[in-house]
Design a protein around this ligand. Structure first.
Ligand code: NAD
Ligand code: ZN
Length: 252
C-alpha cells in the first residue's frame, strides 16, 4: 500500500511491541532544518555544498572550513525546536513499544523532544560537540562558535593546534563501530522497522532495513518521495511526517 495513513491501521503495526525506528533529515524539515536530497534540500539547491561535509575537502581547504562554521552558526542562531514527528516517537517510547531509535540526524532534536539517550543511536554523530581531527580533544559547539563570533573564522585546537570539526561523520570517514553494532542488533531484533524521512540512499544506515526484513520484521516507509525500499515495504506513507507519524504510532 502506498500513500495515505490507512483509516484502520494494520494489526501487525498496532500489535508491534518492538519497533526499531530509523530517522533521516526529513523528520527535521518541519523544524526548519533543510534536508539534503528533498526538493528544497541543501544539495538540490547547491550541489557544491556536498564538499562541506566531505572530509578530504574540509581538511585541505580553509575556505571550506570557514563556510562550514558559518553554516553551523546560522543553524545555532535559528535555534530549531522539535516538531510533532519527534514527539510522536517520544509517545512510542512511553507506550513501551520502542526498541531503538537510530537516527542519521546530527541535530539532537530527538533528545530535545524527550527521547531517552539510551534508546537513541546517533549513527552519524552530533553537531553539539566538536572534535580535533589530530589529537581527538573534544569541546562543545558553543565554545567553537563563540570563537568564530569573536573573530576566529577557522578556530584551531587549543591543545595541539590541529583542525577542529563537528563530531559528525563526514563522507570519507568511518562510522563508530560500537554504534553500528548497536544499530545492527536493533534492526535484527524488532517486529517492525519504521524508516522515517530518509531517502534510504546512505549506507550503512539504509542497509539496516535489509537486516530487519531479512530477520522477519515488517517494513514501514514514511517519506514524501519514493525510496529504493518502497517495493519491499509492507506500508508506504507519503503524507507529511508531522501529521502522519502521530497517527501511525497512536496506541491501539
Ligand atoms: P535525505 O536528504 O537524503 O532525504 C530526506 C527525505 O525526507 C527526502 O526523500 C524527502 O522527500 C523526505 N522528506 C523531507 N521532509 C519531509 C516531510 N516533512 N515529510 C515526509 N518526507 C519528508 O536525508 P537522509 O536520508 O537523512 O540522508 C542525508 C544525510 O544528511 C544523513 O546522513 C543525515 O545525517 C544528514 N543530514 C542531517 C540533517 C539533520 O540532522 N537534521 C539535515 C540534513 C542532512
Ligand atoms: Zn588537537
Amino acid at each position: 500500500m502506498t500513500g495515505a495513513v490507512p483509516e484502520t491501521l494494520p494489526e501487525w503495526l498496532t500489535a508491534a511491541r518492538r519497533i526499531t525506528v530509523l530517522t533521516g533529515a526529513g523528520i527535521s524539515t518541519e523544524s526548519g532544518i533543510p534536508d539534503y536530497r528533498g526538493p528544497n534540500g541543501v544539495w538540490t539547491r547547491d550541489p557544491d555544498a556536498e564538499k562541506l561535509v566531505t572530509l578530504g575537502y574540509y581538511l585541505a581547504d580553509p575556505e571550506i572550513r570557514r563556510r562550514s562554521w558559518l553554516l553551523r552558526r546560522a543553524m545555532q542562531d535559528a535555534d530549531p525546536q522539535p516538531n510533532a514527528g519527534h514527539r510522536a516517537l517520544v509517545d512510542l517510547e512511553r507506550q513501551g513499544r520502542l526498541r531503538a531509535l537510530v537516527t542519521q540526524n546530527i541535530d539532537g532534536l530527538h533528545q530535545a523532544a524527550g527521547s531517552s539517550g539510551e534508546l537513541v543511536h546517533e549513527i552519524h554523530g552530533t553537531v553539539h560537540e566538536v572534535v580535533c581531527t589530530d589529537c581527538g580533544d573534544r569541546t562543545t559547539i558553543r565554545e567553537a562558535l563563540d570563537r568564530v563570533a569573536a573573530g576566529e573564522p577557522d578556530p584551531e585546537c587549543r591543545v595541539c593546534g590541529g583542525i577542529l570539526k563537528t563530531a559528525t561523520v563526514y563522507f570519507g570517514q568511518m562510522l563508530e563501530e560500537r554504534v553500528v553494532e548497536a544499530c545492527t542488533a536493533a534492526a535484527a531484533d524488532c517486529d517492525v522497522f519504521l524508516a522515517v524521512g530518509t531517502s534510504l540512499q546512505v549506507w550503512p544506515a539504509a542497509g539496516l532495513a535489509d537486516i530487519a526484513v531479512g530477520s522477519g520484521a515488517r517494513l514501514v516507509v514514511v517519506n514524501a518521495e519514493p525510496t529504493p525500499y518502497d517495493w519491499t515495504a509492507d506500508l508506504v506513507v507519503r503524507e507529511p511526517i508531522g501529521t502522519s507519524l502521530p497517527r501511525l504510532v497512536a496506541a491501539d
